[in-house]
Design a protein around this ligand. Structure first.
Ligand SMILES: Cc1ncc(COP(=O)(O)O)c(C=O)c1O
Length: 493
């Protein structure tokens, strides 16, 4: 068992251990990670680091003690609001908001706000529901679980966008909040925000636009002349929005903005304790102590790049996106799903241009070549988040992708063995008593190459297994087991 360190170590020793630990991480600096990292260059890194460390000790909890942070946060929020249609002709009200630690916290805030708003304005909704396209980010589901709301999911259309008619039909007397994404993360397509917001407004619902991934990209993509449907506060009926600075704002991690059309609505987000023995305690968002580094770094990067900087970066990114998408579609057996507006999209197998490929095996092969892409299901696909870090590596990626497809098409013993294990696991999960399934699944994961309870390196068989599990409850148990083991200290590390 690891014990609390009895004696301190030297700074050199501590840092050397940390550097060594880092050697096992994905080498994102070469631009081979799609998702997780948004990166411009060393000059921007230097600015972010300097701004971040200048404020590394300060605390955003108390703006009266740190007027600097108050200035940074209110300015970042105001700049973001102006980028997203706040103060436009159709949105004359004051768009207000807060900085949060990330997209998830922004969405949790929006869900909490909706719940408390509904208690006052929709008291007849005794079991409040949030209505979401199936592609909406899981943070809404997390928020609903945390705050005791029900989620109602509506399948997306064939073009992967929210189905307005089906959403309207799913409204019940308990619906308080409707959601659309700009764009949704899985396939990068923007939902029909104008139509959804109009319906929400007519039905007396709040309507949140999740622009966590698109908020600092779509406005620039539109200015560059690419077609982008209306998605922000200029659309009547949009009552709140989220936009992540630490994604396409290229800020340091731990920075997002949540916005509300009116200050009255934002009041439902806030918390105040008036009778604590420690004094009056106000808190606008979920966190108590709020790190100042991300707030300072976000203010720094918005001012450093400015609109012309973001336009230049977005232009390079969009050219790269179009190049990669054309390259993907030119590889027989692969295609880009749907018609994504910006730089987030998914690659799937296309049986119409080549015999059936297992796209997860393609991901494994890309993994062997140092590329990191997330695997998605419904439909099976690989996720691409192209940002400035990928401008220089697009051709290398396309080369390796074509090579990966060639390798996957060749028959191999490993694939046959993987298929056998999946078949066996499927048989076992059908005949074993329910409480044994999760334990058996852990064994299967080990059989497939998982070490220390983590996921195996080649994940295609694992995903094949997961996809064919008859019961999603088993899958949840398996993932909880994995999460538990991944977040627990192990002596073997
Ligand atoms: C559309 C969307 N919403 C919310 C989130 C959650 O953001 P975070 O990971 O910063 O909590 C993401 C993350 O990718 C996203 O793409």
């Amino acid at each position: 068992m690891l014990r609390f360190p009895e004696q301190g170590r030297t700074k050199e020793d501590v840092l050397a251990t940390m550097r060594a630990a880092r050697d096992h991480d994905i080498q994102w600096q070469q631009g081979k990670v799609f998702g997780l990292i948004y990166h411009i260059d060393e000059a921007v890194d230097a600015l972010l680091q300097e701004a971040f460390t200048m404020f590394f000790a300060e605390n955003g909890l108390n703006p009266t003690a740190f007027p600097s942070l108050r200035k940074f946060e209110t300015e970042v929020v105001a700049m973001t609001a102006s980028l997203l249609g706040g103060g436009s002709a159709t949105s004359p009200g004051v768009v207000t908001g807060n900085m949060t630690s990330g997209g998830t916290e922004s969405l949790l805030c929006a869900v909490k706000t909706a719940r408390d708003w509904a208690r006052v304005h929709r008291p007849e909704a005794t079991q409040p529901e949030i209505l979401l396209p199936r592609s909406a980010h899981p943070a809404f589901e997390k928020g609903a679980q945390y705050f005791g709301l029900k989620t109602v999911f509506v399948p997306v259309r064939d073009d992967l966008r929210a189905d307005v008619g089906a959403m309207i039909r799913a409204v019940t007397p308990n619906t308080i909040l409707m959601v659309g994404s700009a764009p949704a993360y899985p396939h990068g397509v923007v939902d029909p925000i104008r139509e959804l917001a109009a319906a929400a407004q007519e039905l007396g619902l709040l309507f949140h636009v999740d622009a966590c991934v698109g908020g600092f990209m779509l406005p620039f993509v539109r200015k560059l002349g690419y077609p982008v449907p209306d998605f922000d506060f200029s659309v009547p009926g949009v009552t709140s929005m989220s936009a992540d600075l630490h994604k396409y704002g290229y800020a340091a991690k731990g920075a997002s903005v949540v916005l509300y059309r009116t200050p009255e609505l934002r009041r439902y987000q806030m918390f105040v304790s008036t009778d604590w023995s420690g004094g009056i305690y106000p808190s606008p968002t979920l966190a108590g102590t709020r790190p100042a580094g991300p707030i300072a770094a976000a203010w720094a990067v918005l001012n450093y790049l400015g609109e012309d900087g973001y336009l230049e970066i977005s232009e390079a990114v969009m050219k790269t996106v179009k190049h990669i998408q054309a390259g993907v579609n030119a590889i027989p057996g692969l295609k880009v799903l749907g018609d994504p507006e910006m730089s987030v999209f998914a690659i799937a197998a296309d049986p119409s241009t080549g015999s059936g490929l297992d796209i997860y095996e393609v991901a494994d092969e890309l993994g062997e070549r140092g590329w990191h892409l997330d695997r998605q299901h419904f439909p099976k696909s690989l996720h691409m988040t192209v940002n400035y870090a990928h401008v220089a590596v697009a051709d290398e990626f396309l080369h390796d992708l074509a090579e990966a497809v060639r390798v996957v098409r060749r028959p191999s013993l490993r694939k046959t063995a993987g298929k056998f294990v999946i078949w066996l696991a499927n048989v076992l999960t059908r005949i074993l008593p329910e409480r044994w399934v999760s334990a058996a699944m852990g064994k299967v994961s080990a059989l497939l190459g998982g070490s220390g309870g983590g996921l195996p390196e080649r994940m295609a068989p694992m995903y094949g297994l997961i996809g064919s599990l008859p019961n999603r409850g088993d899958l949840k148990e398996l993932v909880l087991d994995l999460l538990d083991s991944m977040t627990r200290y192990s002596d073997s590390e």
